[in-house]
Each structure stands twice: as structure tokens, then as C-alpha cells.
Design a protein around this ligand. Sequence first.
Ligand SMILES: *[C@@H]1O[C@H](CO)[C@@H](O)[C@H](O)[C@H]1NC(C)=O
Ligand SMILES: *[C@@H]1O[C@H](CO)[C@@H](O)[C@H](O)[C@H]1NC(C)=O
Ligand SMILES: *[C@@H]1O[C@H](CO)[C@@H](O)[C@H](O)[C@H]1NC(C)=O
Ligand SMILES: *[C@@H]1O[C@H](CO)[C@@H](O)[C@H](O)[C@H]1NC(C)=O
Ligand SMILES: *[C@@H]1O[C@H](CO)[C@@H](O)[C@H](O)[C@H]1NC(C)=O
Ligand SMILES: *[C@@H]1O[C@H](CO)[C@@H](O)[C@H](O)[C@H]1NC(C)=O
Ligand SMILES: *[C@@H]1O[C@H](CO)[C@@H](O)[C@H](O)[C@H]1NC(C)=O
Ligand SMILES: *[C@@H]1O[C@H](CO)[C@@H](O)[C@H](O)[C@H]1NC(C)=O
Length: 551
Amino acid sequence: MHSDQNIALRTLFVCSLLFSSVRTSTTNTLDTISPNQYIRGDQTLVSAGGTFQLGFFSPGKLTSRYLGIWYTISNEIVVWVANRETPLDDSSGVLKVTDQGVLVLLNSSNDIVWSSNSSRTVDNPVSQLLDSGNLVVKDANETNPDNFLWQSFDYPCDTFLPEMKLGWDFVTGLERYVSSWKSTEDPARGEFSLGMTPHGLPQLVVMKGAKIKTRSGSSNGLRLTGSISRPNPLSEFEFFLNKDEVYYKYRLLNKSMPSRYALNPFGIAQWFTWIENTHSWEPFFSTQQDQCEIYAFCGSYSSCNISNAPVCTCLKGFIPKSPEQWNSQNWSDGCVRNTPLSCSYNDGFFKYTSFKLPDTSSSWFDKSKSLKECKGLCLENCSCTSYANLDIRDGGSGCLLWFGDLTDIRTFESDSQDLYIRLASSELDDIEKKSKFNKKRLAGIVISSVLFLAWTLWIQNTPLELIDKSLSDSCTISEVLRCLHVALLCVQQVPEDRPSMSSVVLMLSSEVALLPPKQPGFYTERTLPDDLSRVRDLSENNFSTTLLKGR
Ligand SMILES: *[C@@H]1O[C@H](CO)[C@@H](O)[C@H](O)[C@H]1NC(C)=O
Ligand SMILES: *[C@@H]1O[C@H](CO)[C@@H](O)[C@H](O)[C@H]1NC(C)=O
Ligand SMILES: *[C@@H]1O[C@H](CO)[C@@H](O)[C@H](O)[C@H]1NC(C)=O
Ligand SMILES: *[C@@H]1O[C@H](CO)[C@@H](O)[C@H](O)[C@H]1NC(C)=O
Ligand SMILES: *[C@@H]1O[C@H](CO)[C@@H](O)[C@H](O)[C@H]1NC(C)=O
Ligand SMILES: *[C@@H]1O[C@H](CO)[C@@H](O)[C@H](O)[C@H]1NC(C)=O
Ligand SMILES: *[C@@H]1O[C@H](CO)[C@@H](O)[C@H](O)[C@H]1NC(C)=O
Ligand SMILES: *[C@@H]1O[C@H](CO)[C@@H](O)[C@H](O)[C@H]1NC(C)=O
């Protein structure tokens, strides 16, 4: 009884201490200022949940002062700067909200060095730092963001924060985009920006000045078409598009693991996550990880494969525009059609399944059209060069058409979608013939020569080593393996084990199951090194190369 009373008293005491400290801190830390209040010197606004702070800072070793917003957990990283172009010379700046609802930053001679703006006024204007990091001007009792007079989220600096929109308001013409600092110590607008292109199907890009530097693409319902999807356990992305508005935004899945996406002064967009243990922002991933990420690195009608040497390859039916430049590894001119389109229903399409979709700046789309209608629409217009589904969920829906040159294509090993590229029908026939011819030729090579090695590699489980590099570009691995398999069956010791010519045709043109080959009949064991070198010579001979390029 006695000790219970003690505990109760102690609890009461602790509670009252806590209460008073909370009360003091709330009186000291405002999240809102009204026209009779201001922020100056070391004073700050702190958002209601304590996540963000607003105040004055000096970047690096400079003495210039800026008004900025930072995460309370680390004031070294400033996520938004008001007067990024107009620094204060000393620490005497004052932030106020006027009776008209305009935020103003005054210097020591009371001149306005920076201000917010609005086309409207309200009776009771205040400025509030929200817990999302958004600094807003609004009527005191207003909670609907649509009625805010002004918000910093409409004018991002170098940081794309959760809940921020990146994109276009087509009604007002407002573009919300991120722009890099000039240097790590100068928040002024640098040369790089991260935003959405407004033409065609909008896509997320990093720009250098007025030119695209890297392109993450548009949404296909599941992810951005231009980026390799990485599992991101930290956030959920949203791509919104209608006739009034397009935006990209994200939301944190776990509020206690803050994240931010920032564009540094060198044009690299990086994702950071706060790691409590190390008390630092750790990079999660960044764009621009290889050459193929550089916008249109391989020029038009050419694809970039980072695992290949050279990295650029003309699409099927296309040849280098400037062969000399191309052969000296200058791919910027890209490729051109080998055969002009007939611009009629006689044209056809070649289907690719492992591409980053080309730049959609000159595209057209319709959510309600099917893939079949899409093909028809493309054939109707001579400048239409390609089509695909707009949304790949649930088996695919909608129509996306490309007009003009196709650029910025790269290969993905996974995570891609079907893309249909328009070609003259003669070119398509050619591709088909060539693919059949390659199969036959491969079988021929195996039977005639390159047999001992084929069997050796087959039993070593490494038959792909047999394939000429240039052949491997034009065959799919499964087809090649099938060819080898059939070829080995053709040279079995016992005639009954050898397939008839008609079964060979069936085996090569369908997916029928094949018996495993036994040791070939004409096989005579010879010394390995000799034959290996002979085969290497053969696989690099000029004959197969000429055949492949010949038309
Ligand atoms: C305040 O800003 C105005 C306008 O930019 C400028 O002309 C004036 O010199 C500044 N005053 C001081 C004390 O820096
Ligand atoms: C507000 O200022 C920004 C940047 O200076 C400008 O782009 C925008 O048009 C202005 N908005 C209004 C409503 O005046
Ligand atoms: C805010 O207050 C004004 C009067 O100052 C009133 O007219 C208006 O309806 C209020 N708005 C809301 C959302 O309560
Ligand atoms: C959120 O993150 C914190 C800090 O890493 C972790 O302790 C917590 O378990 C996470 N919550 C969820 C629901 O994942
Ligand atoms: C990219 O090149 C590598 C190496 O030549 C090849 O194995 C791979 O299949 C190519 N990827 C695509 C999608 O063509
Ligand atoms: C690459 O080719 C283009 C077009 O032919 C040319 O303008 C450019 O100077 C070349 N670049 C280099 C590095 O040779
Ligand atoms: C073909 O499409 C382009 C791009 O949308 C358009 O400008 C052109 O008028 C179209 N041509 C015809 C004949 O419809
Ligand atoms: C293959 O072609 C190259 C370049 O044209 C030539 O130097 C070489 O002698 C040729 N090799 C054979 C075996 O014909």
C-alpha cells in the first residue's frame, strides 16, 4: 500500500515533468507564422510531427545565407532553398508572411530578396511548414491543398521528396521539376534537371540544359519502361496521367526510414535512405550506371547492349548510317533502313521482346485501343514506325504508337515488353530466310567439321562454345542448342537412331521432344589441342561473316 502510493506519486511527478517539457517545446517550436510573426537568425519552424525544420543556413564554408528546409535528423542536407538565386550577405535576414498572403524574405535594409507569389488572397493568411516538408501559404483554417495560395512543393530545388509531384499541370501550365545546384556550395539553379517531358507519352528524364541526358521512360502500369526495376522495399510509386495533369510521385512505406531522391550538381540522380545506426544518408541506387544509360548513345534504330562488344547493334533491317563513323565506334548517327517502307498494308512488323521502349516524345497513345487496332493505326500512317501496348498489366491493353525515328533503345535481360518495329515486307522475308539459313548452316558446320568438338562440348555440357559470335547475335540460344542436338542425332552410329529428312525438318521447325544423342558414329578420337585450334580458326573464318552480312 505504502510503496504503491510511492510509485503513484513518482509516476505523477515524472508525468508532470514530461508534460511541462512537451509544453515548453511546443511553445518554442512553431510550425506556423502569421502576419505579426517572423523568423530570423537561428530561429526555426519545426513541422508538427518534428520531421522537418525551416531556417537560415550557409552552405559549406561560405558566409552567404539562405532560407532552407532540412530533415530534423540531419541539418547538413538541405532539401529546399527559397532564395537560391539571391543569397543574403549577412545573418540579418527576416522571413515574414504579409497580410496579402505573400511570404517575403527581407535583408537588413528591408528590401525583398525573395518572395512567394499567388494570384489570390485570403482573409487570414498564414505560412505553415507541413510534416511532409511542404512550406505552404494558406488561409489559417484551410486544410484542402487545392485551396492553398502557394506551396514550396510547386517549386522543388534539387530534391524530390515523398508526396511531391513531378510533372505537368496542363490546365495552369505549371511544370514541377527538380533542378540541381550549381555546385555543392551554390544552391543556384545548375544545368541539370529531373522532370517529365510533356509531349507524346510523358516520360521521366534527366535533362542537361534543353537536352535529355538519361531517360527513365513512362509507366507501363507496372514500372517505368526505361529502368530496370529494382525491388524497392522503401516506397511505392504512382504515375498519374489524364488530360489535365501528369505526375510521378512516391510515398514512403515506412515513415521511420526517411528517403529522398536528389539530383546532384553533376547530373546524377541518387536515391538516399537515412540509416539510423550510422546516422547518415546512404545511397540506395542511382541512374547513369553504364554507357547504355546515356540518352540515344547508339543513335536511331540501334540498340545498346552493355554485355556486348561493341555495345551498339543496328536493329534488324537497318544498317549503319555512316559506316565509317560506326566502325570507328562513333555510333551517334545510328542506323537507317536497308529497304524503304512501302507505306501500305504491305509493311510488316518485327517483334522484339527484350528492349527498353524507345523515346516517346513523338508518340501517340489511346488507352481504349487494342493491340490489333494499334497495328492497324500504325499501318495507316507512313510516319508510324512502331507500336506497343500502353499498359502491360492483365495481358496488355491500350495502344502506343511511335512516329519518326526510334531512339534510345537498350536491351534488358529481363523486365521488358513486346515492341513491334515496322519494316518493309521484303526485309521481314529476308530476316526469316536468314534465320532458317543460319539454322541449316549451323547444322551443316557441325556435321561437316567443327563433329568431334561438338560432341566433346556437348558431353561437357558447354555446347554454346561452338557458336560463332556473329551467329549468336542472329540466333536465339534455344534454337542453336536445338540445331546442335538435331545435327548430333543425324550422325548417330546406328542408322535407326538417325532421323529421316522429314523428321529433321519437323525437329527444326517445331518444339517436338528430342532423344538425347549418343556418341556419333563418325567420331574418331584425335588429340585435343590440334582440333580445338582448327575449330577456333573455322569459327572466326570470313565465310560465315560474309554469309551473314550478304543480302
Ligand atoms: C538588400 O537587397 C537590395 C535588393 O537586392 C540591395 O539593393 C541592398 O543593397 C541589400 N541590402 C543589404 C544591406 O545587403
Ligand atoms: C510565381 O513565380 C514563379 C517563379 O518565379 C513563376 O514561374 C510563376 O508564374 C508565378 N506565379 C504567379 C501566379 O504569379
Ligand atoms: C475559414 O474561415 C472563413 C472566415 O474567416 C470562413 O468563411 C470559411 O468558411 C472557413 N473555411 C473553412 C474551411 O472552415
Ligand atoms: C520501419 O523501420 C524501422 C527502422 O528501421 C524498423 O524498426 C521497423 O520495424 C520498420 N517497420 C516496418 C513495418 O517495417
Ligand atoms: C546482350 O549481349 C550478350 C553478349 O553478347 C548476349 O549474351 C545477350 O543475349 C544480349 N542480350 C540481348 C537481350 O540481346
Ligand atoms: C561522330 O559522328 C558525328 C556525325 O558523323 C560527328 O559529328 C562527330 O564529330 C563524331 N564524333 C567523334 C568523336 O568523332
Ligand atoms: C501521321 O501522324 C503524324 C503524327 O501524329 C501526323 O502529324 C500526320 O498528320 C499523320 N498523317 C496522316 C496521313 O494521317
Ligand atoms: C579474313 O578477312 C580479313 C579482313 O578482310 C583478312 O585480313 C583475312 O586474311 C581473311 N582471312 C581468311 C582466312 O580469308
